[in-house]
Structure formats: structure tokens, C-alpha cells
Design a protein around this ligand. Sequence first.
Ligand SMILES: Cc1cc2nc3c(=O)[nH]c(=O)nc-3n(C[C@H](O)[C@H](O)[C@H](O)COP(=O)(O)O)c2cc1C
Length: 317
Amino acid sequence: MVSFLKKNFLFLAPMAGFSDSACRRICREYGADGAVTEFVYAGAVLRGIESAFEKIAFCESERPVGIQIFGSDQQELADAAVLLEEKFAPDFIDINFGCPAPNATSAGAGAFLLKNPPAMYSMVSSVAAVLKRTPVTVKMRTGWDLSSILLPDAARALADAGAEMITIHGRTKSMAYGGEADWKLIELTANVSPIPVIGNGSVEKRSGNQLNSSACAGFMVGRAALGNPWIFSEIKARMHGAEFSGPSPAERASLALRYAELVSNGTRSGISRENISHAKPQIMRFLREAAGFKKLRANIKNIKTLEELREMLCAYV
Ligand SMILES: Cc1cc2nc3c(=O)[nH]c(=O)nc-3n(C[C@H](O)[C@H](O)[C@H](O)COP(=O)(O)O)c2cc1C
């Protein structure tokens, strides 16, 4: 059972290359109720590829947290799910049927499965059959393109196959990340689905009324949370009809530093206190709206260590 769900539950979306453990922890601290790890290839999990486990590793404060897997082979997905259940004890295991990237679709995985619903359903039932105590959930798009929309029927079939929650990104694969998410279809599905539906797709643009009157059990926020974990409090304030005041430049700077500290603790290869170069794009995101950012950005380009960053941000904090 996805027993942790409560009304208007807010998830941080899985975002490959961005929603690392540091990002997930910060979003949880700033109002997200749960998170999903970025997707990992089932085959990589089974081969014990270290970088796959790095993406998955989470700390207790991130719970409830789901691990997301993708693949094209149902046996591989089931075996990977068993391994992950044993090794990490996540709160749920999510199967990705939404990734539009050619490296996923050309391998018959991610959004490619939207073209073959029976294969989706058997993947879900294979995974559900082998998990001992972990719910299996699904994240999908509405269909491959506008001429092949799968919802709401797929919700019933996925529930019959053993899925316990569906996150619907209200865009088709063909739309990638552009255009409007189809919230009418998300709501229609949530109204008839036997299992909880989590609505996804530019949630930050939904009004308080739309969110409060939704048939969805919760919502998932993606891009709007990048460098902006305050979005969760903003959305919650909107739901409660309360005012929200955004972060000051000092708050942005101190959160940028906290992110850098968390991410440089040695859990992500290539990033350490002595070399935070690979974390700089993410650090910049926290600062993007801070006053004086232009000058700061130029200066941050030239630094390498956490200590240098700390010194630079001291002027703001
Ligand atoms: C950079 C990036 C990486 C993403 N990686 C994943 C992923 O690993 N798994 C997944 O299910 N969706 C992934 N997504 C899709 C998001 O989870 C989300 O469904 C999508 O961005 C729509 O939500 P939004 O409009 O709030 O951004 C990714 C999106 C972006 C922008």
C-alpha cells in the first residue's frame, strides 16, 4: 500500500542529472512530501554499475522515497526490483513509461512502451509478483502522440496488473516538454482510477482552486523545483489561500552553500570538497534570481573548492 499518501501530497519529480540526494533532501526540507530518484536502467542495476547505485542512494530524511527503474525486458525489471528492494528498502519502486530520450526509446524502454500497452501491463505484473513488501507504481505520459492516448483505460489495466499508484505527466511523448499538459485528461483519469493518481506537468501554474478541487491524490513538481525548493511552500500556500513571500538573496545564497556542502560529501563521484566543479551548474540555479548574480556568476566560474565558494557566498549570507 502507498500508505504514506495524504491529501494534496507533493512529490519532487525524478529528473536525471538533477534530482540527486542533495536536491531531494533540500526539497523535502522545504515542503516536498516525498521524492522519486532519477531513473536507472534495470540492466545497470543487475550488473552492479556503481553510478547507478549513486543515483539511487538516499538518506532516511528523504522518505517516503521511490526508486525509479526503466528497461525493456520484464525479467530484468523484476530482478532489478528485487535487488533494489533488498539493498535499499525504498517506500515504492516506480517504473518509467515516460522518458522520451532516444537512448531510452531506441532500446525499447521508457516512453517506447506507450506504443505497446500489453507489454507495460506485463512488466508491472512481473515486478508486482516478485516484490515482497514494496508497492510498485508507474510514471507515464498520456500516450505516444495525440492520436494514441491511453488514458483513462490504462489506469484500470495498470491497477489490475498490480500498480498501486500512477503518476501522469499530462503530455504525450511527441510533445516532449513543450505545450500544455492535459489536465482535463489527468482529472478524468483520477476520477475513474481505482488507484491514486498523481498529476504532473507544470503544476506550478495550477491555481489554488484547481489544486484543491482536483481528483488527484497529489501532484509532482519537476522543472519548477530546480534551484527553487521554495516552490513547494509556494504551492502549499496557494492551496491554503495564504500569502507566500519568496526567498531573499541571502536565503538563496545560504541554500546554494548547503547544496554544495551536501553534494560534496563524497557520495557522488567526481564531486568533493576539493573539487565542486561538476556541481556548479546546480549551485548557480539556487542563485539565479539573487541580486548581484551576474558578478557572482563570473566569479564562481573561477573557483574550484567548497571553501572558495563559502568565502564568496559569505558576502551574501
Ligand atoms: C532534466 C530532466 C530530467 C528528467 N528525468 C526524468 C527521469 O529520470 N524520470 C522520469 O520519470 N521523468 C524525468 N523527467 C520528467 C519529469 O519528471 C517531469 O515528468 C516533467 O519534467 C514534467 O513536469 P514539470 O512540467 O513539472 O517539469 C525529467 C525531466 C527533466 C526536465
